[in-house]
Write a protein that binds this ligand. Structure first.
Ligand code: ADP
Length: 167
């Protein structure tokens, strides 16, 4: 009897920082795939608020309840990274219509570059539809991030930053 190959999915993103919206998408992926790799892309043209190591640490803590999920980082093309991991699926989250155009462009180019890799979209829960890392970073400047939109590790990091700012 031939063994079915493990279904491995990569959830690529910047995760600057991880939000409960990301965790929701990762949980949906973990329920569907055998193995999920949450991969933080290193994009030289983006200047992140949180250094890579800290983003990885916060993600690891945020997904520690999911036994089939691991966290990694990569640079270069997402499809090349997925290939190197033997992953045949890319997972992305969709919020509002505004996500569509960019995501579709990515899907088309990724399919040209790697036809064997399929992109799967999960939709955000209604309460997370308007949640983004950009909004979290913006509110963080004013120490005003609502505590329930980020996982505890991010909440702690933001509180430390606010303390440092005070002192
Ligand atoms: P990128 O910089 O590649 O867009 P992000 O870290 O911002 O990476 O997001 C990673 C993935 O998570 C993207 O597919 C994005 O659409 C999705 N995502 C982000 N926030 C949410 C949310 N609140 N609900 C659902 N999906 C989300």
């Amino acid at each position: 009897m031939t063994k079915t190959p493990e279904r491995i999915a990569v959830c690529p993103g910047t995760y600057d920082p991880v939000t409960v919206g990301h965790v929701d998408i990762i949980e949906q992926a973990a329920a569907l795939f055998d193995r999920v790799i949450v991969a933080v892309g290193v994009n030289p043209s983006k200047k992140p608020m949180f250094p890579l190591e800290q983003r990885l640490e916060m993600l690891r803590e945020a997904v520690s309840h999911l036994p089939n999920v691991e966290v990694d980082s990569f640079d270069g093309l997402t499809v090349e990274y997925a290939r190197s991991k033997g992953a045949r699926f890319l997972v992305r989250g969709l919020r509002m219509l505004s996500d569509f155009e960019y995501e579709f462009q990515q899907v088309i180019f990724n399919r040209i570059l790697a036809p064997e890799i399929t992109t799967v979209f999960f939709t955000a829960r209604t309460e997370y539809l308007y949640l983004s890392s950009t909004m979290v970073r913006h509110l963080a400047q004013f120490d005003a991030v609502p505590p329930n939109v980020v996982p505890p590790a991010v909440r702690e990091a933001l509180a430390r930053m606010a303390d440092d700012g005070d002192g």
